[in-house]
Design a protein around this ligand. Sequence first.
Ligand code: ATP
Ligand code: MG
Length: 374
Amino acid sequence: MRGKDNRIHELNTLKTIAEKLNEATDVGEMLSDVLRELLHVTELPTGWIFLIDEKGQYELAADYALPAGLTWEQKKPMCQGGCWCLDRYQDGRLKKAVNIITCKRIEEAIEQKWGDTMEITHHATVPLRAGNEKFGVLNVASPHKKKFTDEELALLESVAFQIGTAMKRIQLVEKERSHALTEERNRLAQDLHDSVNQLLFSIMLTARGTKEMTEQEDVKEMLTYMQELSQEALTEMKGLIWQLRPQGLENGITAALFNYANVLGLKMACNIEGVCTLPNHIEEELWRIGQEALNNCKKHAETNEISFELSKTESTVMMAIKDNGRGFQYDESHSIPSLGLKGMRERVIRLKGNFSLQSTLGVGTKIEIIIPLK
Ligand SMILES: Nc1ncnc2c1ncn2[C@@H]1O[C@H](COP(=O)(O)OP(=O)(O)OP(=O)(O)O)[C@@H](O)[C@H]1O
Ligand SMILES: [Mg+2]
């Protein structure tokens, strides 16, 4: 009878957790919810989940009721240093749920007197996987519990497998969403090109044609003005369309910016050092930053000549764009009210890089960006 009760209890656990995992669209929230649910039904008091990336960097993604010794100084013991379960995960030995002999983090917490450890000494560790992909580990522990039974480990393993599958699903949804966004931007760019761009072009041609049909100087002047305005609007439109289309990058950042400078009517001298390929996300951000820098040269610098520098070392990539234009007064300590420079700086901060701008009135402006690659 006892066995049957256990079995029903287990099935209920799996069902509740499957429901939580099905609803989830956010990894962090999902892991916290499932961990709480799992601990509740298994009657284990505490647990935590580490997510680990391809480079072996780990992050505490969820935790529940950790003892004070592990939450010391904003969970410092959980966010730094190695431990045996992570070692096993890294060297490929952690294929299924196992009893870890002792917990290195707990041992350290006791040794360093970081706080109460609820008399926990051991924990079970389960890898989070989907097919051949690994995402991290799920750890659970209980005071005085030194060994988890085979049934307990099997249950943990099936929950971990469900978590891995849900993470894979969320990853795929995110990928699809970003793909849909790209498609939408391309469609918008194409629509703008086919509608507004063509209309502006017609206005320009009509103004030019009508000018030939009149002898009146003041009308001629107005038509010339219309022609110039539509030409300007066309150039702005081209710039806009370019910004919407992320494809510019297929031949790399330099070719993309060189072509963009051409579109804006700027002459760009390039100086490239040691660049082969850059990680996609960095290249995409540099592309956006470069576009805004070129827009600013076009709009404000009052010169058509600019220079572009890109150099890559093992650990950093540096991009600089410089004009010998009119320059402006720039004070880094003041907040920047306009969106262009602010956006550039924010993109660089997101990549943990360094943004600097030097501008001298009558001499020109230079922006320089250094992004760490590791
Ligand atoms: N290369 C440059 N040469 C001269 N002045 C510049 C240059 N870059 C920026 N500026 C000055 O700095 C100001 C802020 O630039 P920022 O790109 O933030 O805004 P913006 O170009 O005016 O508007 P937007 O939000 O459309 O980019 C500009 O208005 C301009 O006065
Ligand atoms: Mg700008």
